[in-house]
Design a protein around this ligand. Structure first.
Ligand code: SF4
Length: 416
């Protein structure tokens, strides 16, 4: 009899207790929320590095990850040379890529998850709970608060969505060398399947690519860019773009066909230098019809292809701005041509090296930041060791040079 009387009281107490726990969590969350609002987008980790006051934040929308410096070619102007043989273990590389993707999200993910769990609990309670006015009232207050928090978070998350990484480009060195392309393939698959990046691309010299690779990983790749500076094999050999007797142009054609067979957008990159500046590449480019033909002016980077420490001395490859304009003028009718002068190229790429350090090219050399794995993405971008400014990335130039384009194959019309 006694236990029957106590039953409704127990029930009420249980319901109140459930809501109390939630209220405490909400209070905890509210305090950290205020804390975050006060600090805006600044990193509040215990890192000792002070992010500089900046007028605007740099967003890692498109990142170039040069995970290896090793290469089987010997291009005389190469500006990312084999100064180390280091390659991060794949799990570390994946961790860094995931940090880039979530650069501005991690601190709230947990909070949103807690809220969403309670909202679903609340909904469940509404369906099943006891008919008690007091508990109902509390439940309403808690529910309304939870909803407000969730909606606010969702709005903020939406804003951030356009600020997070959308495109990753894997480059080297030669990215297909590591584990015969499997290292690259696993990263490509991870970025597309797990991180769901809109665009995953690769830049390669093409020599190591096989159809087997396309069969295993092609579906996860949006764009493959193959370097080709000339359709004259002799010129390629003079430049150093080749290995033994392998024909670079023939391989290029094969890869173009595989791209077509496996639905990967095909792109060509050419570096215009003193050996090919007089070339006429119009007929072949029209025949191959890449989605994009990137035409770079040969660039000098101290410590990479110039200077005592450098593994290359590229001075003899350098062309003047006028010569570069002459090449562009000859090819001006090619619609897919995207030119990049030295000035456009130097500061408009967010480059991560093999240690996942951002490289600042503003001073004509590559000054590394700390690794994003050690200090986080924002600190690595914003803190340049020498002058406490962001990592040399000129976001305006990135947009000016057409760095943001239709880069997901889902949005590209690939009618071959
Ligand atoms: S293929 Fe690329 S990475 Fe290799 S040597 Fe040539 S420019 Fe350098």
């Amino acid at each position: 009899m006694m236990s029957l009387c106590l039953f409704p009281i127990m029930e009420v107490l249980t319901a109140v207790w459930r809501n109390m726990t939630f209220l405490l969590e909400c209070m905890k969350m509210l305090s950290s929320w205020c804390w975050l609002e006060v600090f805006g987008t600044k990193n509040i980790s215990s890192s000792k590095i002070n992010a500089p006051q900046s007028s605007g934040r740099v967003k890692p929308v498109s990142v170039n990850y040069h995970f290896t410096r090793q290469c089987n070619y010997k291009c005389g102007f190469c500006f990312h040379t084999a100064k180390t043989s280091f390659v991060l273990p794949i799990e570390e590389a994946k961790k860094g890529l995931s940090m880039l993707k979530d650069a501005d999200r991690t601190r709230t993910t947990l909070q949103v998850a807690v809220l969403m769990r309670h909202i679903s609990e609340e909904k469940h309670m509404q369906r099943t709970c006891v008919d008690n006015a007091c508990v109902k009232k509390k439940r309403c207050v808690v529910y309304a608060f939870a909803m407000r928090c969730a909606l606010h978070r969702r709005r903020r998350a939406k804003q951030r969505k356009c600020e997070r990484m959308e495109k990753i480009n894997f480059s080297g060195g030669e990215p297909f060398l590591q584990e015969r392309g499997n290292f690259l393939g696993k990263l490509v698959e991870y970025c597309k399947k797990e991180l769901q990046l809109p665009s995953v691309s690769v830049v390669s010299n093409g020599s190591q690519i096989t159809e087997k690779w396309f069969k295993s990983y092609g579906e996860h790749l949006d764009i493959l860019a193959v370097s080709c500076d000339s359709f004259n094999e002799e010129v390629n050999k003079l430049i150093g773009r080749g290995q033994g007797n392998k024909n670079h142009v023939e391989k290029l054609m094969k890869i173009r066909q595989w791209c077509c067979d496996y639905n990967v957008a095909f792109k060509i990159n050419s570096v215009i230098n003193s050996y090919n500046v007089e070339d006429d590449m119009r007929d072949e480019i029209i025949m191959i019809s890449p989605v994009r033909w990137k035409v770079f002016q040969c660039l000098i980077i101290d410590g990479e292809n110039s200077g005592e420490e450098a593994l290359r001395q590229a001075e003899k490859f350098v062309i003047s701005d006028e010569e570069f304009k002459g090449f562009l003028n000859r090819h001006k009718d090619i619609k897919c041509l995207v030119p990049e002068s030295n000035q456009q190229m130097r500061d408009s790429y967010l480059i991560l090296d093999e240690y996942m350090r951002f490289l600042d090219c503003r001073n004509g050399r590559k000054d590394p930041s700390k690794s994003i794995l050690d200090v986080g993405v924002e600190n690595a971008i914003m803190v340049n060791l020498a002058c406490a400014k962001f990592s040399g990335f000129d976001e305006k130039m990135f947009f000016k040079r057409g760095g943001k384009y239709v880069w997901s194959k889902a949005d590209l019309r690939l009618d071959w």
